[in-house]
Write a protein that binds this ligand. Structure first.
Ligand code: 5GP
Ligand code: ZN
Length: 116
């Protein structure tokens, strides 16, 4: 289940440090190392899933929990009412660089739409 060469599996296993803001048995969330907004948090399933393209029906619960965690984190970070973006990049054209599913939570400033 855990991929030995995956950066986010290593963070999830505690092998690489991260600024963790939320954790439960299935989900981990930590601050992005190169934040693109005043609040920039990555929410990951502890179980390795590479991209959105790899999500199967049996993953639906874990993926849903990412959004449930996002709601908790947004409140915690005090961006829930003003608003924020929750987004996943899939593969190169969208800018995915780490191939372990992650939900970006971006907030604390106005965000353009559509993204570039
Ligand atoms: P992607 O481009 O795959 O959608 O997002 C990957 C994100 O992971 C990027 O925003 C990048 O800044 C972040 N990132 C890359 N390496 C690390 C790391 O070692 N620690 C943390 N906290 N974030 C990282
Ligand atoms: Zn992984």
């Amino acid at each position: 289940m855990n991929e030995p060469d995956c950066l986010f599996c290593k963070i999830s296993a505690g092998e690489i440090p991260a600024d963790i803001v939320y954790e439960d048995d299935k989900v981990l969330a930590f601050r992005d190392i190169a934040p693109k907004a005043p609040t920039h948090i990555l929410v990951i399933p502890k179980r390795h899933i590479a991209t959105i393209n790899n999500i199967r029906e049996e993953d639906a619960h874990d993926v849903g929990l990412l959004f449930a965690a996002a709601a908790v984190i947004a409140k915690q970070e005090d961006i829930a009412d003003e608003g924020y973006r929750a987004v996943m990049n899939c593969n190169e054209a969208a800018g995915q660089t780490v191939f372990h599913l992650h939900l970006h939570i971006l907030g604390g400033r106005s965000l353009d739409w559509p993204p570039g």
